[in-house]
Write a protein that binds this ligand. Structure first.
Ligand code: NOJ
Length: 487
């Protein structure tokens, strides 16, 4: 497979890695401006090393007018001064590597900021039409995917906000420009990239209309997009042109695709990418049968990145409640393959208050509030007014949970340690309704996603439990990992 062979020169460290998503703006402020930064991240590497993760992924740190919180990049090869300097970045890489932590950047390759110099200097790197929108394509948060450029009078394509014109991946010069960006960061020591919006890279050559959807799309989508088939404005089969270019520039650096498609459709992407997020797993309702289906669909792909939350969707603790958030941690970290943890989930941070006025137009502020390090009012995140309000540092923080061995934080740490011993694939087991159970070689896992106590189909020595249990029955929201004992 190209993805696998692309990494043949290096170790495939990422195969079952735990990757921690840092949302830099909200992780740790070091200079008292209320905004997280790279020196803040350096200061918190202790936490990540203690937790035992293998790598960090930094959401965008590039100069940006912030129409989409940094996913509108104005210079892919620079660091926004609000986050620090290139020297700070080099130091972060060096210090992370010294602790055995790999570093992934966010590669926003499907579009740029409308303020990126490329948009004026190389308009042919973008997708244009004359005389009005040429088709019925819709943008991610509704409305037409075409806007008129006042300067030229032409219409440009934007799959996301109007401030994010789409690059034309059919243009070899545009591909080469992103390739150079990848090389720049690799030369600085980056270990890989989380590639944004991969399904959006390649569009229909003739920009034909989308037909009405024939079946419901299995992941949440804005209703205007969901009404369309989604095979021309995204997921074009010629995506291989883009993926080949990415792979060529990336060499053996890991490429993790944010490909917003159901798991069975990930196959072609995984021929060139190393990993792809299992979004069906993230979006499955917290029900045993639904979760089981999501796992059964993704696990055979082997190179999926299990994920239950990120900066775009409601937080785990809000979706599931505090108890089930513990069980979710067990699920996330005991499946075979890579697992991604979103900052703050390890202490059960819920969704928080929005900015006043709201910052993200799509309502995602509340998944992005500052990290809560200590029980003080500002949570140890900053000494100034934070860019988004804190949630409840007095109620949950890293410091408080570090002191409490039965905390969610300690559970994450124990799971990360335990998963190193889970080498075999996954075998889903029959179990009573409400319960999800699977075997991983010598180990077996049972999670109660139902509303009643349930008997577990697994037996053996209990090596981890989210709450006290005799190992035979689990309360709702409970989970155990057992190891087979010689009989
Ligand atoms: C996915 C990112 O996670 C999201 O935050 C962003 O708005 C879109 N891609 C567009 O870049």
């Amino acid at each position: 497979m190209a993805g696998a062979s692309g990494s043949a020169g290096g170790s495939e460290w990422w195969r079952d890695a735990v990757v921690y998503q840092i949302y830099p703006r909200s992780f740790q402020d070091s200079d008292g401006d209320g905004i997280g930064d790279l020196r803040g991240a350096i200061a918190r590497l202790d936490h990540l090393e203690w937790l035992g993760v293998d790598a960090i992924w930094l959401s965008p740190i590039y100069p940006s007018p912030l129409a989409d919180s940094g996913y509108d990049v104005a210079d892919h090869a620079a660091i926004d001064p609000v986050y620090g300097s290139l020297a700070d970045f080099d130091e972060l890489i060096a210090r992370a590597h010294a602790r055995g932590l790999r570093v992934l950047l966010d590669l926003v390759a499907s579009h740029t900021s409308i303020e990126h110099p490329w948009f004026r200097e190389h308009p042919d790197w973008y997708v244009w039409a004359d005389g009005g929108p040429p088709n019925n394509w819709r943008a991610a948060w509704g409305g037409p995917a075409w806007s008129r450029d006042a300067r030229s009078g032409r219409w440009y394509l934007h799959s996301f906000y109007p401030e994010q014109p789409d690059l034309d991946w059919r243009n070899p010069d545009a591909r080469a420009a992103i390739g150079s960006v990848i090389r720049v960061w690799r030369e600085r020591g980056v270990d890989g990239f989380r590639v944004d919006a991969v399904q959006q890279l390649m569009k229909d050559r003739e920009l034909r209309d989308e037909r009405p959807a024939r079946a419901p799309f299995p992941l949440p989508l804005h209703p205007e997009l969901a009404a369309l088939e989604g095979v021309r404005s995204r997921t074009d089969p010629e995506i291989t042109i883009a993926l080949d270019a990415l792979r060529e520039a990336a060499g053996d650096a890991v490429l993790v695709g944010e490909v917003y498609v159901p798991s069975p459709a990930l196959g072609p992407y995984l021929e060139r990418l190393d990993l792809a997020f299992a979004f069906e797993f993230l979006h499955a309702p917290w029900e045993a049968a639904a979760m089981r289906r999501a796992i059964a669909a993704a696990a055979p792909l082997e190179r999926v990145a299990w994920v239950l939350s990120n900066h775009d969707f409601p937080r785990l603790a809000t979706r599931l409640g505090d108890r089930a958030a513990r069980a979710a941690a067990v699920l996330l970290l005991t499946l075979p393959g890579a697992a991604f943890i979103y900052q703050g989930d390890e202490i059960g941070m819920p969704d928080g208050p929005e900015g006043d006025p709201p910052i993200d137009r799509a309502g995602r502020d509340r998944h992005r509030n500052p990290m809560q390090w200590s029980p003080e009012p500002l949570g140890g995140f900053t000494t100034a007014e934070p860019w988004l309000p804190p949630i409840d540092p007095e109620r949950r923080s890293v410091d408080e949970q570090r002191r409490r061995p039965d905390s969610l934080l300690h559970l994450y740490r124990r799971l990360i340690e335990l998963r190193r011993g889970l080498r075999a694939g996954v075998e889903l087991l029959d179990s009573s309704p409400g319960l999800l159970a699977y075997r991983r070689g010598e180990h077996a896992v049972a999670v109660n996603l139902g509303e009643r106590d349930a008997r577990t189909p697994v037996s053996g020595e209990v090596v981890l439990a989210t709450e006290p249990t005799d190992g035979a029955a689990l309360r709702p929201g409970g989970a155990i990992v057992v190891r087979r004992t010689a009989s």
